[in-house]
Ligand binder design. Sequence first.
Ligand SMILES: [Zn+2]
Length: 78
Amino acid sequence: MSNVCPVERCDNRKQENQVACAHHWYKLPSELRARIWRLFRNERGSAAHLQAIRESIQLLNLRAKPKGESDVDDHRDA
Ligand SMILES: [Zn+2]
């Protein structure tokens, strides 16, 4: 259950210890990814770590919101 990407409308699987699926993870700014990695290594599960994860998911969900109905052409680059 927790192994599904937390981004809205994304059904991709993710690893247990990852924030999101690979597709969404690489959409995060590299500085944010670096921060999460550092927190993961140094203080896994800490408030700061969980906060950084929440921040990432929020950011991804903001971006995942469709503009109008233009997300229908999702199959475009398949
Ligand atoms: Zn995803």
